[in-house]
Write a protein that binds this ligand. Structure first.
Ligand SMILES: [Zn+2]
Length: 512
């Protein structure tokens, strides 16, 4: 007798329906599994037969064949254990076949027959709901995640026996524990950073135009403090972004315990020892990497000069395409990877240049240190801000800095100006303005044009540097509600291009 159970696999960050069929027939006693399976799926055979025995179901002394299809998709992960077990129990008559109508089943089982949680539940539930499936059996520990979406009946099961009881009509779904109002831990706020006006202003401009940002300064100047606070001044994610980001977290196994889809943009700060795979994603059981976990949010690289060039090189393609393609022997898959890149570095090996009271680095040492900066990364930095250690008076002052909420209002306003201006274009933010359209969208007044010409020759700018100044000036003008770019906007934009001539001290440090 052949039985069939519907399940699903993860492909990239989406659920993909997979059917599990089991056939039990006379013949040489054996148990085989087929259907383009990865090793962990093939091992389900051992896990499932032991788990069934320990749940009180002896495998029949017959020929058992389990097939997963469609056959052209490689199946990986451990989520097929439970559907395989239930398909066998259905083929041997323990569970009536109609119990599986309109039902998805996912879950790993251990040798005792308990159902264990799996990653990627959210995208599978989303797919099931999209296919108008009525209900889904999930591991009890994945229940909260499975119920995030609504629109589908979630049946939490703790064991094979629990699943059998439910499917044979002898089971009451335990009421969901009261979750209370979903409350996110409060995010760090810019109000906690005292002084560092220039740094905070650079953060505001970066977020307003979605510009990548490089911070250069001595240890303890507040670079990573500021980076961590960037999500607090970016607009909240809309529903579509929330779904994308949550699916990625689900596939990475990071969504367990979430009681609501988060509106806060992700902030990822991989260590400089991050491997290629940790950064890009992949692996035997494919997982998204840091650049995808930062999707719709901020990817922060602290100690930029310490990252291996190969790891940084992997950023190049996703920064153009906003997704990463991972090619494998058995096909390729894509993870979204649209992030704002923020990096921090010391100005020299010891960290204190240009403070010559502390820094003894020679010219050659300075050059060698700066030579370590990765070109693909530096090329994509619109803003580079040189900062000093906080002065004692600033640190010890009583007054608090401006709150993130206040800064975010200005960022949102500047972004809505851009949305209106670029309606009908393929891009949304000043940072993505193509070179060919800069003249049209960044109109300069006469004084600004003269000023820029002078800067261009005095600082020996490259074409790329020149365009970056104009794009940043556009954002600065948007932040102050100006239509045309005047000299003030340009002058401020120029002071964030210190990196072009490798001079970490901005020319107009005392702007405010
Ligand atoms: Zn030094």
């Amino acid at each position: 007798m052949v039985s069939e159970v519907q399940s699903a696999a993860i492909y990239g960050i989406d659920g993909l329906p997979i059917r599990v069929e089991a056939d039990v027939s006379e013949g040489m006693p054996m148990f085989q599994m087929v259907g383009y399976l990865s090793s962990e799926v093939r091992e389900a055979r051992e896990r499932v037969s032991t788990a069934l025995r320990n749940s009180g179901f002896a495998l029949p002394v017959k020929r058992i064949t389990v097939n997963l299809y469609p056959a052209d998709i490689r199946k990986s992960g451990t989520g097929f254990d439970l559907p395989v077990a239930l398909a066998i129990l259905s083929a041997t008559g323990v569970i009536p076949p109609d119990a599986f109508w309109d039902t998805f089943v996912i879950g790993e089982v251990n040798l005792q027959g308990n159902v264990c949680p799996i990653p990627g539940v959210l995208p599978i539930v989303a797919k099931a709901a999209e296919l108008q499936i009525k209900r889904i059996l999930v591991p009890a520990q994945n229940r909260v995640e499975a119920e995030l979406l609504g629109g589908i009946e979630v049946i939490p099961v703790e064991s094979i026996n629990g699943a059998v009881d439910y499917l044979t009509g002898d089971y009451e779904i335990p009421p969901r524990e009261a979750q209370g109002e979903a409350k996110e831990a409060s995010a760090p706020d810019f109000a906690e950073i005292k002084g560092q006006k220039l740094l905070k202003r650079a953060c505001e401009i970066a977020c307003a135009g979605m510009h990548n940002l490089l911070m250069i300064g001595p240890p303890g100047a507040g670079k990573s403090m500021a980076a961590k606070r960037l999500p607090s001044i970016l607009p909240e994610m809309d529903r579509k972004e929330q779904m994308e980001t949550s699916k990625i977290q689900s596939v990475a196994g990071l969504l367990t315990g979430a009681t609501a889809l988060s509106k806060r943009r992700p902030f990822r700060s991989p260590n400089h020892t991050a491997t290629l795979q940790g950064m890009a994603g992949g692996g035997t059981i494919p997982r998204p990497g840091e650049i995808s976990l930062a999707h719709n949010g901020v990817l922060f690289l602290d100690e930029l000069t310490e990252f291996s060039p190969q790891v940084l090189e992997v950023l190049r393609q996703p920064m153009e395409d906003h997704e990463i393609t991972i090619a494998r022997a058995n096909g390729s898959y894509r993870y979204p990877a649209k992030f704002m890149l923020v990096a921090a570095m010391n100005p020299c090996q010891c960290g204190y240049y240009p403070d010559r009271n502390k820094c003894r680095c020679t010219r050659r040492q300075l050059d060698r240190f700066l030579g370590k900066i990765s070109e693909p990364v530096i090329d994509r930095m619109d803003l580079a801000v040189g900062i000093k250690a906080v002065a004692f008076e600033e640190l010890s002052g009583e007054s608090k800095g401006e709150s993130s909420a206040a800064i975010r209002r200005r960022v949102e306003e500047a972004q809505s100006i851009q949305r209106a201006r670029y309606r009908g274009e393929a891009f949304r933010f000043n940072s993505a303005l193509p070179a060919g359209l800069i003249k049209q969208y960044v109109p300069l007044d006469a004084a600004a044009r003269d000023y820029l010409e002078e800067v261009f020759f005095r600082r020996n700018l490259t074409a790329r540097g020149y365009h970056k100044i104009l794009k940043v000036a556009r954002t600065i003008a948007d932040l102050s509600g100006k239509d045309r770019i005047d000299e003030t906007c340009l002058a401020e934009a120029v002071c964030y291009r210190g990196v072009e001539k490798r001079d970490w001290e901005p020319e107009e440090r005392n702007r405010d």
